[in-house]
Design a protein around this ligand. Structure first.
Ligand code: UDP
Ligand code: MG
Length: 319
């Protein structure tokens, strides 16, 4: 038995949270790299694996491993809920003071974990990661670059790399995330809201060890939409601005047509057709404007039902 193996503690220092969906081909390879790293850390730890409704033998393999290894927590979800929901479930079961999320496909090398722990020891409560060289398809890389920029612009959250899941969260940050169970959310972005002392470090990124990416283009798009609508009201506001501009243009052209009609008579206005157009422009503009206004209210309702706290207290001092 390794003397540094301090797994299985009731309140470990570190929890590793790994969502798994059809990852049977990666589990043993992942564990054979992950556990030695943890054993060399000099901290107590646990590994929380969430089976996200896999249809292969992921769950059986996890159960088999848990009989043979100490410090493994297996969480089984009722069906497939998606990566972020699975991570949330993992958070709800993790007991560590520090919590690190990673993927099961070895794209996030376990050997990078000590770097994150080092940042925790320095007092950071959120450790983000930036992939040095990404081993993903060209399409995924370009799409990521564009969305990272776009999201930073519209949500005001500045993360260099939203996609990398090898991240560390302190207990407090995780508590904040769990107390705001938003149905469809994006954990790395939400975490920045609760962090007091975040830091971003560079990590290695590898190719998927086995199996296929669980993200189709459609799923990726839906994730981007979650990010955009979950963290910003800009899409709704755009409607409002476009509406205002169209309404103004409509009004201006209506006025112009009326003036021209007065100056040049009914022949110029093609027997009323132009006037009809002018009215139409104006009405269409008004419709956009009204939609935008509605959107603004819906946005406010949306913010209210999300129940995110308007502030997070650090401490209070009274004398
Ligand atoms: N995953 C999950 N539920 C899902 C999809 C994915 O738990 O519905 C897990 C998957 O097993 C992996 C991680 O989320 O551990 C990242 O998935 P994947 O590698 O397919 O994403 P990519 O690296 O292509 O972004
Ligand atoms: Mg992957």
């Amino acid at each position: 038995m390794n003397p540094n193996n301090t797994s299985g503690a009731r309140h470990p220092a570190l929890s590793i949270v790994i969502p798994m969906y059809n990852e049977e081909a990666n589990i043993s390879r992942l564990f054979s790299r992950l556990f030695p790293v943890l054993q060399g850390l000099g901290e107590t730890w646990e590994v929380v694996c969430i089976n996200d409704g896999s249809r292969d033998s992921t769950l059986e393999l996890l159960e088999k491993e848990s009989r043979e290894r100490k410090g493994l927590v297996v969480v089984n979800l009722a069906r497939n809920f998606g990566q972020h929901a699975a991570v949330m479930a993992g958070f709800s079961q993790a007991r560590g003071k520090w919590i690190i999320t990673m993927d099961a496909d070895l794209q996030n090398p376990p050997e990078e974990i000590p770097k994150i722990v080092e940042q925790f020891r320095k007092g950071h409560d959120l450790v983000g990661s930036i992939r040095k060289v990404r081993h993903d398809s060209c399409f995924r890389r370009t799409a990521s670059r564009i969305t990272n920029r776009l999201i930073t612009k519209i949500s005001g959250i500045s993360l260099k790399d939203f996609g990398c899941m090898l991240r560390g969260y302190s207990r407090e940050v995780v508590r904040g995330i769990l107390e705001n169970p938003e149905y469809r959310t994006f954990i790395p972005a939400l975490a920045t809201f609760f962090a007091r002392n975040p830091v971003e470090i560079q990590v290695e990124h590898e190719e998927r060890a086995a199996g296929q990416s669980k993200y189709s283009i459609l799923k990726l798009l839906s994730l981007q939409l979650d990010l955009m609508t979950g963290f910003s009201m800009w899409p709704l506001r755009i409607l409002f601005f476009v509406g205002s501009i169209v309404a103004l243009l409509g009004l201006a052209s209506a006025l112009l047509i009326i003036v021209m009609r007065i100056l040049y008579g009914p022949e110029w206005a093609a027997q009323g057709v132009f006037t009809l157009f002018a009215g139409l422009f104006f009405l269409v503009g008004c419709q956009f404007f009204a939609l935008g206004l509605l959107g603004e209210y819906i946005g406010r309702i949306f913010q209210a039902v999300r129940k995110r706290p308007p502030f997070i207290l650090d401490w209070v001092k009274r004398s």
